[in-house]
Structure formats: structure tokens, C-alpha cells
Design a protein around this ligand. Structure first.
Ligand code: CO
Ligand code: CO
Ligand code: CO
Length: 316
């Protein structure tokens, strides 16, 4: 159904946005999203935290504030102790609480493997919704978390990552995007999305397509977690990174010197990744400074350019 069907549906399915937005009145719109997945880490409490941070992230990516969350649970009750489930839910509830929101219920079914996620409802002023569609030529692109969690998670599964790499990835995946969202809303960002399964390049592509513009990415400015390059050089790369590059290939323009390892890192599927924010070029330095003051590792990684096609030029 198109958004034409109801003028109060401010953001629907047409722009690959992070969440749906529905205007209740002139002051308030509700923002709704749902996300769930199978465990990405062994520790159930940490898995719960990561899943909740990831689900909340879609609310933050719209410039909104989360209010309520409902758990979605699949669990193999005959195979695993209910203590495991309790730990997952505690991780989720603690993260939702950190976000200033409440877990208000949920639904569980018996399943072959654990699955956990949340449906989250937030609110935003209808005039302050930040979608994928508002990027304009001259905007700077700011990324708020380093890349590489997909590659590290793949290494962890193969017992090839050390403790430091593992901890770094968990720190990134459990971090809320709340402060990044506050900064971008305060500075009037034009567009935003969070980086998840399609990787930096895939989510940037969605923003460019929705906004009717092109983009440049400065490879050297893109923050990447330690150990990701050496792991990727050893071929430890999730299948999703290859699929993302394949899917995007007609839109990507690479400087000649950029090798396959860097291409895969830019397409690495992220779990609970950072926000990718488009803010007017004149406010870029102020945005990065404000993010750092909030303890967020914001980096200016590219810019929006005029283009009839959503092309991404990746430069050395
Ligand atoms: Co999203
Ligand atoms: Co999502
Ligand atoms: Co958005």
C-alpha cells in the first residue's frame, strides 16, 4: 500500500527506511520497527543486549525517542535451559532500560534454535523525522561506529579471533545509538540510517537512491576495528559481504588501487552498527566535535554529490 493511501503515514515501505512513521497529530508521530535474529555471540545476556541495541537503533535512525518495546522470542525449550532464555531477556530488558524505554510484554513460541528480537515504538515531532530521503549535494557523511563486526563474528565462530577483537566487537554491538541520534537531531541532520546487514555501502546506497543523489566515500577516513583487515586478508569474511558487493556492483565506482579486502570491509554486514548521518557540509566539523564530546567516535567518511544515479565513488 502506498503512503498516498493515508496522508498521516509519513514514512512507509517505499524508501527502504529504518522504521515506519505515523502522524497522530501536529505534535506527535509514532515510529515503529521490528528486528530479530539468531545468536551472534555465545553469551546469552550479551546476545540480549546486542539484539535490543540493534532494534532500538532503527528508532534512533529516524531521529526519534524509544518508549516501549515488546519481546519476540523463539526458544528450543526441550534443548536449552530456561535460565538461558532468562539471561537473554535480562540483557534485552537492561539495554531497553538504558535507552529510557520499557519492555511492556511480548510473545514466545517453541523453535528449533533461539531467536530473539523486539518490536519497538518511539515518538518524534512530525516535522523532525529524519529519513533516508533528505540527503542533499554538499552534505557530509558521518559514521558513528567503526566497521568490522561481521568479520570478527565470523572469526569468533571459527575460533580465530582473540579476546581483544571479540571484546571490541561486543562493545560496538552493545552500544546504543542514543547519543549519536541526539547530536544529529540537535544539529538538523538531513538524512540518517543505521548500518546493519547491507553494510556501509548497501545502506549508503539506500540513502542515495531515496534522496536522488550520489555519494563519495573516502576509504582512509572510514573507521575499522583493529584486527579486521588481517582477518579479512586471511579470507575470514561472511558470505553476506560478497553478496552485498554483488548486489551493488552496478552502482559502485572504485579507485583503481582499492583491493578486495577493503571492498569487502566496506560491504561487511554489521550487527547493531552505527548511524550514517548526512549533515550540511558547513556543520560537519561541529557534528564530529559534538559526537566526540558525547563519547561517540564520529568520523567524516564522505560526502553527497549531485547525480541522477545513486552511484557511490569510493576513493583512496
Ligand atoms: Co535500520
Ligand atoms: Co532494522
Ligand atoms: Co532513517
Amino acid at each position: 500500500m502506498s503512503s498516498m493511501a493515508d496522508p498521516n503515514l509519513l514514512v512507509g515501505a517505499s524508501t527502504s527506511d529504518d522504521a515506519a512513521v505515523y502522524r497522530l497529530n501536529d505534535q506527535i508521530a509514532i515510529v515503529q520497527t521490528v528486528d530479530y535474529f539468531t545468536p551472534v555471540v555465545d553469551d546469552p545476556y550479551t546476545f540480549g543486549q546486542i539484539t535490543a541495541a540493534n532494534a532500538l537503533s532503527d528508532i534512533y535512525a529516524m531521529g526519534a525517542r524509544p518508549l516501549l518495546a515488546l519481546n519476540i522470542i523463539g526458544f528450543p525449550v526441550k534443548l536449552l535451559s530456561l535460565d538461558v532464555l532468562a539471561e537473554i531477556l535480562k540483557g534485552g530488558a537492561d539495554k531497553v532500560k538504558e535507552a529510557g524505554a520499557i519492555v511492556a510484554g511480548g510473545h514466545s513460541i517453541e523453535d528449533q534454535e533461539p531467536k530473539y528480537g523486539l518490536a519497538v515504538t518511539g515518538v518524534v515531532h512530525p516535522d523532525r523525522v529524519i529519513t533516508n530521503a533528505g540527503a542533499r549535494p554538499g552534505d557530509a557523511l558521518i559514521l558513528t561506529k567503526p566497521l568490522g563486526t561481521g568479520i570478527i563474528n565470523t572469526a569468533v565462530k571459527g575460533k580465530l579471533a582473540d579476546g581483544a577483537a571479540c571484546r571490541a566487537a561486543i562493545n560496538v554491538m552493545t552500544a546504543l545509538n542514543d547519543r549519536a541520534a541526539r547530536v544529529m537531531s540537535g544539529l538538523g541532520a538531513g538524512a540518517c540510517t543505521d548500518i546493519t546487514g547491507f553494510g556501509l555501502l548497501g545502506h549508503l546506497y539506500e540513502t542515495l537512491a531515496a534522496s536522488g543523489v550520489g555519494g563519495r566515500v573516502f576509504l582512509k577516513e572510514v573507521p575499522v576495528l583493529d584486527q579486521v583487515r588481517p582477518l579479512a586478508s586471511m579470507g575470514i569474511v561472511p558470505g553476506g559481504a560478497y553478496r552485498n558487493l554483488e548486489y551493488l556492483k552496478e552502482w559502485l565506482r572504485w579507485d583503481k588501487g582499492i583491493d578486495d579486502v577493503d571492498r569487502l570491509i566496506l560491504a561487511d554486514p554489521q550487527t547493531s552498527g552505527g548511524l550514517l548521518i548526512a549533515v550540511s557540509g558547513g556543520k560537519a566539523d561541529e557534528t564530529v566535535r559534538a559526537l566526540r564530546e558525547e563519547g561517540v567516535a564520529g568520523a567524516r567518511i564522505g560526502e553527497i554529490i549531485e547525480s541522477d544515479l545513486p552511484l557511490i565513488h569510493v576513493e583512496e
